[in-house]
Write a protein that binds this ligand. Structure first.
Ligand SMILES: Cc1cc2nc3c(=O)[nH]c(=O)nc-3n(C[C@H](O)[C@H](O)[C@H](O)COP(=O)(O)OP(=O)(O)OC[C@H]3O[C@@H](n4cnc5c(N)ncnc54)[C@H](O)[C@@H]3O)c2cc1C
Length: 489
């Protein structure tokens, strides 16, 4: 047998893999580069033998400290996409932008479009249940995953797919155990789920049983590498997107946002996004705003409209334009593909540009990051954020997926200053407590990571123990990304 597993321990490599897009720096003991499932099995054997934890890693663009760990960091080298009818199968290392191009050649499309699509991997998207601007209409990654091949710490290689619930309840070992736990706790799970349109906190238990099926792949979607290594992914694709136009509304303050978003949602847009113009100005990228009408103050709200032809698009625009409440804000329409793609690029660049902002030694710090509340609570959460940061005399940035009431929020802090560090923790707690009171979730798309794991047990007061039980069915020794998402009791 040819040995294909590479084990890298050079200082330079370890240093490169000691960071992702989060806050922490954690140097791994070694980086394993696997070519195939045989290699992944070897890594698992070795980790079991050495008692060293495994951190699976894709492109390392995750934000709440998820793809860094002190043990063995595992990356997969193979990049393959195969299309079969309306489904595609790929290896986890495939980059989302490359998957888009491959599907496009067959007139297919997978609508989940994180702003990091040029860099992030499909494995990372699946493991984080990633989402994007069009999740408002098309859902998150979870909706598209049909089947996964996983390499588990105790069971080795397994193919997981949805089964009739009855079959799962009487099926093989781990599937039967999880299915039975789900049925026993189903009422509590439904009662406790966040009342939001998006969620990436904890395991997505409330989505595992549907249409008489036990949909086990959905347990692994959003599990942040805490259950096993994903080695193959089968997803549903859709036909190419219909025609689109982009409505842009300029507002002076966040107070106007709820009205605008509520009115726009009536027309069932595919995306409703919020951009804060001050981010671009403070990062000296005001040039990007010249493409839009109006002053350089305040915010922009994008609403993407889809239609099967020009006349349907025109009707949708007229419906929005005739809305008296919206007309006050003088909405304007972009229809030229070049203009629209420039506008979307500006939106996709927001986080990268925000990273360039400085106020003295302070910079935008992730943590609160991507809180989500029920859509009817958008006004309440915005008012809470404005008051909280005004009282603290702190600058903050806020932008994101307004249609889903999923906001990216970062206070400007200096994390090398002990007082700011303490303040950061206090702000996170205050914001999350407000979110919980509103029926929301601490994360709509980026996941819990190491950074937010301590809050997951408060997010899920009644079902946290159940999540721990489920983790231990697959990973009793806590080898897989320990400390991420769940904390060992
Ligand atoms: C500028 C910027 C913009 C972003 N925009 C968005 C956005 O719009 N929407 C959004 O949802 N997110 C966004 N993100 C967050 C991030 O890009 C996504 O979560 C992305 O899908 C992570 O992919 P990755 O390949 O970088 O994964 P990584 O960061 O490498 O890993 C993410 C998680 O997946 C696990 N994992 C990776 N591969 C495997 C595998 N094969 N088996 C098991 N577990 C695995 C890791 O252990 C980790 O827990 C953004 C990040 C940045 C920096």
């Amino acid at each position: 047998m040819v040995e294909s597993l590479r084990i890298l321990t050079e200082k330079k490599v370890l240093s490169e893999y000691s960071k992702d897009a989060g806050i922490r720096t954690i140097e791994p003991r070694a980086v394993f580069v696997a070519e195939d499932e045989g290699d992944l099995l070897q890594v698992i054997r070795r980790a079991n033998l050495d008692g060293v934890p495994i951190t699976p890693r894709g492109s390392g663009t995750s934000i709440p400290d998820q793809s860094v760990g002190s043990g063995y960091v595992v990356v997969q080298a193979q990049k393959e996409v195969q299309i079969s009818g309306r489904e595609f199968q790929c290896t986890p290392a495939v980059i989302k932008a490359d998957q888009n191009s491959t599907l496009e050649q067959s007139n297919l499309w997978m609508p989940v479009d994180p702003s990091s699509y040029r860099a992030c991997s499909i494995g990372g998207m699946v493991s984080n249940n990633s989402a994007g601007a069009r999740t408002l209409k098309y859902g998150s990654t979870l909706e598209y995953v049909k089947e996964l091949t996983v390499v588990l710490p105790e069971e080795g290689r397994r193919v997981v797919k949805a089964l009739p619930l009855d079959e799962a309840l009487h099926g093989d070992g781990s599937t039967r155990k999880v299915a039975n736990l789900m049925v026993e706790n189903w009422k509590t799970i439904l009662h406790e789920r966040p009342k939001t349109t998006k969620n990436s906190s904890g395991y997505r238990l409330e989505r595992l049983i549907h249409d008489g099926l036990f949909d086990l792949p959905r347990l692994f979607v959003g599990s942040e590498g805490t259950l096993g290594l994903i080695s193959r992914i089968t997803c549903q694709a859709r036909g190419r997107p219909p025609l689109r136009s982009l409505m842009v509304v300029s507002i002076d303050s966040l107070k106007d946002m709820e009205v605008v978003v509520e009115e726009l949602r009536v027309s069932k847009p595919s995306a409703v996004e919020l951009l804060d113009k001050s981010i671009f100005l403070k990062a000296r990228r005001g040039d990007l705003l010249r493409q839009f009408r109006g002053s350089q103050k305040g915010y922009l709200v994008y609403a993407e409209i889809e239609g099967k032809d020009e006349s349907e698009l025109q009707r949708a625009f007229e419906q929005i334009a005739s809305n008296e409440k919206l007309a006050e804000f003088d909405p304007f329409l972009l229809t030229d593909p070049g203009e629209m793609s420039k506008a979307w690029e500006t939106r996709d660049l927001t986080l990268t540009i925000a990273g360039e902002m400085r106020s003295g030694n302070r910079y935008p710090v992730p943590g609160i990051e991507d809180l989500v509340v029920p859509p009817g609570k958008l006004r309440d959460i915005l008012a809470f954020l404005e008051t909280t940061f005004a009282d603290l005399g702190l600058e903050f940035i806020s932008y994101g997926h307004a249609g889903d009431a999923n906001l990216h929020v970062r206070p400007l802090l200096d994390m090398s200053d002990g007082r700011d560090n303490k303040l950061h923790r206090e702000i996170m707690r205050n914001c999350f407590e407000a979110v919980w009171k509103m029926g929301g979730s601490i994360t709509g798309e980026h996941g819990d990571g190491l950074l937010r794991a301590e809050y997951v047990k408060e997010q899920y007061v009644e079902t946290y123990e159940l999540m721990v039980q489920i983790k231990e069915i697959y990973d009793p020794k806590w080898l897989m990304n320990p400390g991420v998402k769940l904390q060992r009791p």
